[in-house]
Design a protein around this ligand. Sequence first.
Ligand code: FNR
Length: 378
Amino acid sequence: IELYLGALGGVLPAHPFDHADLETRALAALPPELRTYVAGGAGDEATQRANVAAFQRYAVVPRMLRASAERDLSVELFGRTLASPLLLAPVGVVGICTPDQHGDVHAAEVAAATGVPLIGSTLMSDPLEDVAAATGEAGKWFQLYTPKNRDLAASLVQRAEKAGYEAIVITLDTWVPGWRPRDLASGNFPQLRAKALANYTSDPVFQQMTGPNPDPGTVVMTWVGTFGHPVTWEDLPWLRSLTDLPIVLKGICHPDDARRALDEGADGIYCSNHGGRQANGGGAALDWLPDIVTAVDGRAPVVFDSGVRTGADVVKALALGADAVAIGRPYVYGLALGGVPGAVHQVRALQAEADLIMAVDGYSTLADLGPDALRRVP
Ligand code: FNR
């Protein structure tokens, strides 16, 4: 209503609504050396495209004569009630996607303004404490890239716990870099710059590893040396011992992995293929979701991301059983193009579209949005 009335009054929104338009304008606004990193994916990007296309194979079934003027999209996750089932996915290097290089703090400000929790990446370009402070009353989870150095892992997790993060998300699919031809061809690796690594350089264990006043090359090579521990089942008890916070495993796409993860102490399952950035040749993440939901069988929350671009996509992922849906590139593009207001606009647009679809199609609560709300279409 706010937007319709504004438009009637001649005030057109400053930010795009359409994802393709958003992407084109955001990439033009980003410095060239960041474009391939943010937009690109693994291989010929077939998996990245499949992530987006998969949503078109489902249709939301309209149900009439049962609409409600009030919708309730709230969800409870790890003791916190969220007004909408959205999360901001962890995005490393988002810090350097805004001109002042504090994009991580700005992502936290987007969380504060919208109430949508931020999952902060280990690869933040600001100390995790600063990012936590900027989230205000909003929720925050910390995403761990498990370092080879166990003391560093423990330090990162303990700092996150102390700073008020409410869950630890352990990403499983990124202990080696993805094969990303766009990055390889352009030679741009923004994560390999000392200024992208401020969360590490503010860590006491990392500081011991580099020695005092390290030059940028030492910072980057120390990071390269510790990045990339392939987390296995054998590591889970150790990771579990580091924190009492809920542990969510990100990158789970197979039902057996989901089941075993819960048996071995995980508190949440995050179905994702990293937005198609890590391994090409796989299916759309959405195609793995229903079996994951069946395997989890209500024992723990299921978070989904990869390819969500519209409010309709959000509704479809929820109807397939996700408890919460995360977005990556849409908010990064919003930040790159329009700063905090630009990203807030993207989040609110997704919320508004999802809410209106539920209104028109007769699904007033998330509990109404079961598998019957969808049909597979050719
Ligand atoms: C990511 N992603 C990611 N994931 C993670 O666990 N830690 C990280 O540091 C990053 N870094 C990162 C950088 C960039 C530029 C992008 C686009 C993505 C993956 C992210 O959390 C999420 O899984 C995907 O972005 C979801 O796909 P969409 O929404 O971008 O299609």
